[in-house]
Design a protein. Structure first.
Ligand code: NAD
Ligand SMILES: O=C(O)C(=O)C[C@@H](O)[C@H](O)[C@H](O)COP(=O)(O)O
Ligand code: ZN
Length: 360
């Protein structure tokens, strides 16, 4: 099985190759322009996939690697500097290609290093988690966290190609698979109720790592994202829909300490909070709210945020990148599959949602 999609952007178009199992080096080699390749990975993924990839590229390229510590807490400027140091120490020039081998943390950091080193060099995404295959490797959002806010420093910088190999998901811990499923469910909730029907029917196969079902889910999600990115690469409008659940979710990640709640877990609980507010506004029904919780539970995801003081949550929300003229803008659901970006909600209703979480 091999599927190709294309992402159309202002800078260039690029393919997403989805395979059930492949020789990674062979797939990415045609997209490497110069002779130098710097693979960026972490201590976990290094042990699983680095040696084969590097060996496969060595005949044709000068291959170097930099291995970062594993975790969201290392998505910081300090470790971007580690990537710059490796590039400088190895005398990399402007035609170096960076290869992100790992999940969304490695993808976001490698992309940001590529966007900024020598004012911009090529990079390739090899996402190895479900979350990174369905979301973070596509669309060119790159960056790092600030102690007071998620992904606060970064750049839009598109990869030359994305290679999603379903085989890499066979080594993924179940908690990480679930975290990725949160972003999968997100697409259904914002874009397509029939995809939610499909997910409900196929959740057991997906959670059981059925490669055919996973490839279908990855392809559908990448197509939804590619369509949005082609229309609105820099989030001037419609792209903000992809942030459904994230204003709430980023509050959880920042407040609890990066890495305590996985991004997907925080987004899951955040999507329930956004759905609760949508329900309070008279949009989605109680039955739809329950359906959303049920599909998240079937993917072993949390539906309750941790206990956070309402004022602290509101203050953290002010750092959200969608805030305009001091007004928080949220993605809410008119119904399942129909999302809107709005600042037009009663502040009291938002406070009720934030205050209603059950303490741990
Ligand atoms: N740029 C975007 O558009 C975008 C979209 C969504 C999320 N993100 C970002 O992505 C990050 C989350 O990504 P993630 O969920 O992939 O987390 P992650 O990168 O931390 O990876 C999750 C864990 O799985 C391990 N791992 C990776 N591949 C593996 C494999 N094949 N087998 C076994 N273990 C493996 C990693 O070492 C890590 O411990 C967050 O920082 C989030 O902000 C960015
Ligand atoms: O690609 C996008 O656009 C998204 O919003 C995808 C999100 O899943 C992702 O977590 C993104 O990094 C959040 O963006 P941010 O701009 O709120 O940091
Ligand atoms: Zn996300």
């Amino acid at each position: 099985m091999k599927a190709n999609l294309v992402v159309h952007t202002q800078s260039h178009d690029y393919p997403i190759i989805i395979t059930s199992q492949c020789d990674m080096a062979k797939e990415i080699a045609p997209y490497i322009k110069g002779k130098q390749v710097m693979i960026v990975t972490n201590t976990t993924v290094e042990k699983l996939y680095l040696a084969d990839l590097a060996a496969g590229l060595e005949e044709d390229f000068e291959v170097m690697s930099v291995v970062l510590p594993d975790g969201e807490q290392y998505k910081t400027q300090q470790y971007i500097d580690t990537i710059y140091d490796a590039l400088m120490d190895n005398h990399c020039s402007r035609d170096v290609t960076l290869v992100a081998l790992g999940g969304g943390v490695i993808g976001d950091m490698t992309g940001f290093a590529a966007a900024s080193f020598m004012r911009g060099v090529n990079f390739i995404q090899i996402p190895t988690t479900l979350l990174s295959q369905v979301d973070s490797s596509v669309g060119g959002k790159t960056g790092i966290n600030h102690p007071k806010g998620k992904n606060m420093i970064g750049a839009f910088w598109q990869p030359q190609m994305v290679l999603a190999d379903m085989h890499t998901l066979t080594t993924l811990p179940q908690r990480e698979l679930s975290a990725g499923m949160a972003e999968v469910i997100k697409y259904a909730l914002i874009m397509d109720e029939t995809f939610l029907d499909w997910l409900e029917d196929n959740m057991a196969a997906l959670m059981g790592l059925d490669k055919v079902a996973l490839a279908e889910a990855v392809a559908r999600c990448c197509q939804y994202k590619a369509d949005i990115v082609a229309q609105d690469e820099r989030e001037a409008g419609k792209r903000a829909l992809l942030n459904f659940g994230h204003t709430f979710g980023h509050v959880i990640e920042t407040h609890e300490g990066y890495g305590q709640w996985l991004h997907g877990e925080a987004v899951a609980a955040g999507m329930v909070q956004a759905a609760q507010l949508s329900h309070k506004m008279g949009w989605i029904s109680e039955a739809q709210l329950q359906r959303i919780c049920a599909v998240l539970i079937s993917a072993k995801l949390p539906t309750q945020p941790p206990s956070i003081d309402t004022q602290i949550a509101l203050d953290l929300m002010q750092h959200d990148k969608k805030v305009k003229s001091g007004q928080v803008r949220l993605i809410l659901l008119k119904s399942v599959g129909d999302a809107v970006v709005t600042a037009d909600f009663e502040p009291k209703l938002l406070e009720e949602v934030l205050a209603s979480c059950v303490p741990n």
